[in-house]
Each structure stands twice: as C-alpha cells, then as structure tokens.
Design a protein around this ligand. Structure first.
Ligand SMILES: N[C@H](CCC[C@H](N)C(=O)O)C(=O)O
Length: 277
C-alpha cells in the first residue's frame, strides 16, 4: 500500500508523521521498524500517528512508536510537532488542542511566534508508577550498572526516566551506560536514561539515551524529567533552559503535584510517499 507521510523534527529528534484520521492503518512492530529504518525505510526516531479522538472533550488521539517498533506512552518533542502538523494540514483551526495519549490527556498550544508550549502533565514520582523496583521513594537512589553505582532519580512523565547528574555531558559515558540503564532489571518497562550537567540554577545541558531509539539529539520528556529531578535535588529553580545537542527547550515546573510546561520549536522538513508492505 502507498503511504503518505510528513517528516518533522523537534530539535533534531525526528519523526515520521502519518494522518490516520481517515484511514485504517495496522501498524505492526515490523512495519514500524521498516518505516523507521534509516537505510531501507524513511528513517526516524519515532513514528507519530494522528487518530480521531475516542473520548469527548478531546480533539485527537496521538499514538507514538519508537524506532524499535514498541508503542509508548508519551513523546514531548513529538507533541510539539503534532500540533503543528494538525494545524498546517487543516485538521483543526484551533491553536490550542487537547490530545489523548496512552498516558493521559495533554494540552498543546501553537503560539503565534511559531514556538509550541505543551502541558506535559504532572510528573509521577512513586517508584511503582514509574515503574522502578525500589523499597525506597528517596529522590536519589543507587543503581548498580556494571562495576559502577550510579546515583539516579527515577520518575515518569507518562514514560519512564532515570536521570543522573554528570560533570560534563560531552564526556559522559552515554554510549556505554545508556543501553545498560535502558534495559536494567529494576526498570521492568525499560527506561530513558538522562545525563544532566548543571550549568546554573536556571540552566542545564542534557543528553538522553532513549528507550527504543538510542541517543537522540533531543528528548522532550527527558528534558522535563531532568528539570524535575534537578529541582527535587535542590539544584535547579524554575524556569530552566535545557541545552540539548539539537537545540534549546524551556521547562517550567511549580513543584510536586503540578504540571510541567515545555516550550520549544517544531519543524516540517518534507512530505513523502512510501510503499508499505
Ligand atoms: N523513547 C521514549 C519515547 C519518545 C520520547 C522522546 N522522543 C521525547 O521527545 O519525549 C520512550 O520510550 O519513552
């Protein structure tokens, strides 16, 4: 079957976006992997699917698939691209929309300056809800990774994150530690591994080895998780500028029990059509 798609990115975290509001699309893990493959397919970190809402008071349903074929709960950079896509495609005239994801409803706002602000919801800190196997709910917890004992903060932005503080992101062992953290037995749903360098109380540098995609140039939920972790540790104050390899995000959080607000760009690169087996 011929499949039309739009290639987009949020700070270099790249997506194939498909409008499934008027077509029935069966996305098996094998099909997702074929689309995401950077040599034999279109290539992307995640596949984003636009579907009609299934509940009242919501504008669309938003499905997210990692390059490894797994469907996941949330994607921050993808959410910014989502609202730009549905607005530019004329699927809505609203600049603020509510979309349902596997982890709940989020609100996306396409600003007149072209940036997008997303209410990413309230972070979940209880280990069982991350999920993270731990007898403690301490903010900083030891995690044995090979011969090292890392100090991580585990939390959920709808999807699971393990954030550690490093002295210098450029020298951080992302390639070595990332896969070991991602698949660590104490994270039964696997986890996104964040490496955060604190530059000042309102500024960090961040790299993320993403669950199901490897290191990406930026991770929106990872930036939210890093700021929440840094504020809980007493290292950061809201708002925080997060420097990723792909560019900058602004993250604001008023504290436990309140939602995290993320602001950043969303870019359309090209339109295309592919043959889908
Ligand atoms: N790899 C993530 C999904 C994509 C998140 C990221 N691209 C973002 O911008 O938040 C996970 O498995 O939870």
């Amino acid at each position: 079957m011929k499949l039309r798609f739009t290639k987009m990115h949020g700070l270099g975290n790249d997506f194939v976006v498909i409008d499934a509001t008027r077509l029935a699309l069966e996305l098996t893990p094998a099909r997702v992997r074929a689309i995401a493959d950077r040599h034999f397919g279109v290539g992307c970190d995640q596949l984003l699917v636009v579907e009609p809402a299934t509940q009242a008071g919501v504008d669309f349903r938003y499905r997210i698939f990692n390059a490894d074929g797994g469907e996941v709960e949330q994607c921050g950079n993808g959410a910014r691209c989502f609202v730009r896509y549905v607005h530019d495609k004329g699927l809505t005239k609203q600049r603020e929309i509510r979309v349902e994801t596997r982890s709940g409803i989020i609100t996306l706002c396409l600003r007149t300056d072209g940036l997008v602000t997303v209410d990413m919801g309230v972070p979940e800190l209880a280990p069982a809800k991350v999920p993270f196997l731990s007898a403690s709910d301490a903010v900083v917890q030891p995690l044995q990774v090979g011969a090292l004992t890392l100090a991580i903060t585990a939390l959920s932005m709808g999807n699971p994150h393990a954030v550690q503080v490093v002295a210098d992101v450029d020298g951080a062992a992302v390639a070595e530690q990332g896969p070991l953290i991602e698949c660590h037995a104490r994270f039964p749903a696997r986890v996104n591994a964040g490496f955060m360098q604190v530059v000042g109380p309102h500024e960090v540098r961040l790299r993320v080895f993403e669950r199901g995609a490897g290191e990406t140039l930026a991770c929106g939920t990872g930036a939210c998780a890093a700021v929440v972790a840094g504020m809980l540790r007493g290292l950061l104050q809201s708002p925080v500028r997060v420097h990723t390899r792909g560019g900058e995000l602004e993250i604001a959080w008023a504290g436990v029990g309140t939602p995290v607000l993320m602001t950043g760009p969303a870019v359309t690169v090209f339109e295309g059509e592919m043959e889908l087996e």
